[in-house]
Design a protein around this ligand. Structure first.
Ligand SMILES: Cc1cc2nc3c(=O)[nH]c(=O)nc-3n(C[C@H](O)[C@H](O)[C@H](O)COP(=O)(O)OP(=O)(O)OC[C@H]3O[C@@H](n4cnc5c(N)ncnc54)[C@H](O)[C@@H]3O)c2cc1C
Length: 150
C-alpha cells in the first residue's frame, strides 16, 4: 500500500524514500492502519512542519493524516473535537470570531492538530481576555489494533 514518495522535514534535510498514503476518510485510515500492522512499520505525518525527521520513516509506510480535517466546536462545554488533520489555521478561522482560542499556537498556523499534540508544541499562548479552549486531549489511532478512539 502507498505510493512511492520522498519526504523530508521542514528544515530541508536529506529526504527519505517511503510509501505514502493519504487517507481521505476513516475507512481509508483503517485500511492504512491494517496495512501498517502487517508490514514493517509506519509513521503518521501531518503537514511536515517538523524541522527534522520526526515525520518520516525510511522505506516504510507514511500515513499522511492531513486529509482528515473535520472539527466541531461545542460552545457549551468549551471543547473542540477535531480530526487529526485539522489545521490550526482552520481552527483559528472558526474559533477566533466566536471569542475562542486554542490553548497554544506555534510560530506557524500551518500545523495539524495531531502534529501539535505529538510535537507538544509551545509558543504564543492566548491573549488574557480570550476564552481559552481546553488543553489538548489525544485520540489515538493505533496500528496495533487498527482502530481509532479516545
Ligand atoms: C515556521 C515554523 C515555526 C514554528 N514555530 C514553532 C513554535 O513556536 N513552537 C513549537 O513548538 N513548534 C514550532 N514549529 C514546529 C511545529 O509546530 C511542529 O513541528 C509541529 O509538530 C508540526 O506539525 P505538523 O502537522 O506539520 O506535523 P509533522 O511535522 O508532519 O509531524 C510531527 C509529529 O507529529 C506526528 N504526527 C503527525 N500526525 C499524527 C497523527 N495523526 N497521529 C499521531 N502522530 C502524528 C508525526 O509522526 C511527527 O512525530 C514551527 C515550525 C515552523 C515550520
Amino acid at each position: 500500500m502507498g505510493a512511492p514518495a520522498t519526504v523530508r522535514g521542514w528544515g530541508g534535510g536529506s529526504g527519505v524514500s517511503v510509501r505514502l498514503v493519504r487517507p481521505r476518510g476513516l475507512d481509508e485510515l483503517h485500511r492504512a492502519l491494517a496495512a501498517a500492522r502487517s508490514s514493517g512499520g509506519a509513521i503518521a505525518r501531518g503537514l511536515g512542519r517538523s524541522y527534522g525527521d520526526a515525520a518520516q520513516l525510511s522505506g516504510e509506510l507514511v500515513i499522511d493524516t492531513s486529509g482528515l480535517t473535520g472539527f466541531e466546536l461545542d460552545e457549551n462545554r468549551g471543547t473542540v473535537t477535531a480530526q487529526a488533520g485539522a489545521t490550526l489555521r482552520e481552527l483559528l478561522a472558526a474559533l477566533v470570531p466566536r471569542g475562542w482560542m486554542v490553548p497554544v499556537v506555534p510560530g506557524t498556523q500551518h500545523v495539524t492538530v495531531a502534529g501539535a499534540i505529538a510535537g507538544d508544541i509551545h509558543g504564543k499562548n492566548q491573549a488574557s481576555r480570550a476564552r481559552s479552549g481546553p488543553t489538548w486531549r489525544r485520540s489515538a489511532c493505533s496500528p496495533r489494533t487498527a482502530r481509532c478512539g479516545s
